[in-house]
Design a protein around this ligand. Structure first.
Ligand code: CO8
Length: 263
């Protein structure tokens, strides 16, 4: 599915069963213009359909991860175009968040505005020591609207989210780690390998267990506790009906590694 894509602003490599998506428009620090968003959308659809792909890593080339929405493009926008732009990006980021496969953001550099929001739509965020995070929209007279006012407080709490969104200040990787915004900080030259290692661990587990725990965590966050626990029970029932559950428990009792069906 992913072989014949015509890509200009994003590089796509498939290593084993992992798709590595490299945002690659370095002259604008990989800012998200429409063309780049279109490409990202096509790639995510392709990964979703491709049964051989078990997970994805998103990173950036040069000193940017993604420096946000494209300011040149959106400068002339009024209300309607601004809303449409936000809606289009939100839809793509929603697809990333709800992809039935794990997605890791390997944040190499500036993750600002829409770039921070892209990282927030991923399941895990691994940061290089050179990574910089921020929501500088207030400097431009707008608000984070690629999901930032919603996903940032859900991840790090509203007090910390308001600090970043109201002040527009940039935080380096270690502070982002202390806020809970990133899972791990590593030296720049180890970033991609670390993301791949973590992905290798995740995709060695039963794929359905990862998919359903992702759904349970993400959907459950939008529900009250009793409904969220109902959802958790229903998804648990689906895993108990799976061959991978039989294999996982059998392998444990036979003291061997499980051989999961990777579908
Ligand atoms: N859009 C377009 N071009 C950009 C962007 C961007 N977001 N960020 C950087 N660039 C361009 C610069 O203009 C520059 O281009 P040129 O070489 O032609 O002058 C090139 O990338 C390199 O950037 P700098 O020379 O500025 O590099 P520095 O190392 O000096 O600075 C910074 C790096 C600090 C990252 C700086 O570039 C910066 O502050 N960038 C803007 C970051 C920003 O404000 N991002 C948030 C944008 S708003 C957003 O993402 C969500 C808004 C949602 C609204 C959408 C609906 C309307």
């Amino acid at each position: 599915v992913l072989k014949n894509l015509n890509l200009k602003n994003i590089k796509l490599q498939v290593e084993g069963s992992v798709a590595i998506i490299t945002m690659n428009r370095p002259k604008a620090l990989n800012a998200l213009n429409n063309e780049t968003l279109d490409e990202l959308n096509t790639i995510i659809d392709g990964i979703s359909e491709d049964k051989e792909i078990l997970g994805a890593i998103i990173t950036g080339s040069g000193k940017g991860f993604v420096a946000g929405a494209d300011i040149v493009q959106m400068k002339p926008y009024k209300a309607e175009e601004g809303r449409n732009y936000a809606e289009y990006a939100q839809n793509i980021f929603n697809k990333i968040e709800s992809l039935g496969k794990p997605v890791i953001a390997a944040v190499n550099g500036y993750a600002l505005g829409g770039g921070c929001e892209l990282a927030l739509s991923c399941d895990l965020r691994i940061a290089s020591e050179k990574a910089v995070f921020g929501q500088p929209e207030a400097n431009l007279g707008v608000i984070p609207c690629f999901g930032g006012t919603q996903r940032l407080p859900r991840l790090i709490g509203s007090g910390r989210a308001k600090d970043l969104i109201f002040t527009g200040r940039m935080v380096k990787a270690n502070e982002a780690f202390s806020m809970g915004l990133v899972n791990k900080v590593v030296p720049a030259d180890e970033l991609l390998n670390e993301a791949k290692n973590i992905m290798t661990t995740i995709i060695s587990k039963a794929p359905m267990a990862i998919k359903y725990s992702k759904i349970s965590i993400n959907k459950g966050a939008d529900l009250d506790l009793s409904n969220a626990l109902e959802l958790e029970k229903d998804l648990a029932a689906l895993t108990f009906a799976s061959e991978d559950k039989d294999e996982g428990m059998k392998a444990f009792l036979e003291k061997r590694d499980p051989k999961f069906i990777n579908k």
